[in-house]
Design a protein around this ligand. Structure first.
Ligand code: GTP
Ligand code: MG
Length: 197
């Protein structure tokens, strides 16, 4: 898919205040600092459309970006950021949960996983929660440039086998690097395929 336009529309804490047109939404979620905002910028070939930071906890709102006047990419706050107060963490959790469960426009949720790490409880629990609530999702491994090819495929195979302990089938899986700009076509083509269905 070719990206002809990508524009920031609005930031919100409340899913009810998100845009009221009915364009399909593709949202990006994952632990704080996993690379959600960077991935969005890579997908739309714009350096600073979504705000990024080397420090976790940069994105704290629901951010809507209109793409090709046809669908939204949604940048969500990260979960599991340890260095904020419990009140703030609970607030973020409510923002995320309400958006994911109560936003009918949500068409697919991309769950980002750091490709360098062993399967983490917090991600596995989040994925399980998606399953319990029948939320359509796929998995995007990020930061693939940060390790050798051998280590990368070892980690991903490990992840798949852990997922298969709980799931009969694997969701679609993408391997990306925002740094090296890999995985872009695969993710965009997947979005296009869903849009054309
Ligand atoms: P929050 O908004 O805080 O939840 O974080 P986020 O998931 O949006 O992460 P963000 O895109 O801000 O990236 C976090 C850090 O990881 C930044 O320093 C990025 O430059 C870096 N980063 C993101 N993706 C990649 C990647 O593919 N490769 C490398 N090497 N670094 C990356
Ligand atoms: Mg972010």
């Amino acid at each position: 898919m070719q990206i002809n336009s990508a524009t920031f529309v609005v930031s919100n804490t409340d899913f009810r205040k998100c845009p009221d047109d009915n364009f399909p939404e593709f949202a990006f979620i994952g632990r704080s600092n996993v690379g959600k905002s960077s991935l969005i910028n890579m997908l739309v070939s714009k350096k600073d459309l979504a705000k990024t930071s080397s420090k976790p906890g940069k994105t704290l709102l629901i951010n809507h970006f209109l793409i090709n006047e046809k669908f939204y990419i949604v940048d969500l706050p990260g979960y599991g950021f340890a260095k904020v107060s419990k009140t703030q963490r609970d607030k973020l959790r409510t923002i995320i949960e309400n958006y994911v469960l109560l936003r009918p426009q949500l068409t697919n949720l991309f769950v980002l996983i750091d490709s360098r790490l062993e399967p983490q409880k917090i991600d596995l629990e989040f994925i399980e929660w998606l399953g319990e609530n029948s939320v359509p999702f796929s998995i995007v491994f990020t930061k693939s440039d940060k390790q050798s090819k051998a280590k990368l495929s070892e980690n991903i195979e490990k992840y798949k086998s852990v997922l298969l302990e709980a799931w009969e089938n694997l969701p679609p899986i993408f391997i990306t690097s925002s740094e090296k700009k890999t995985g872009k076509e695969e993710v965009l083509n997947y979005i296009e395929k869903i849009l054309n269905n």
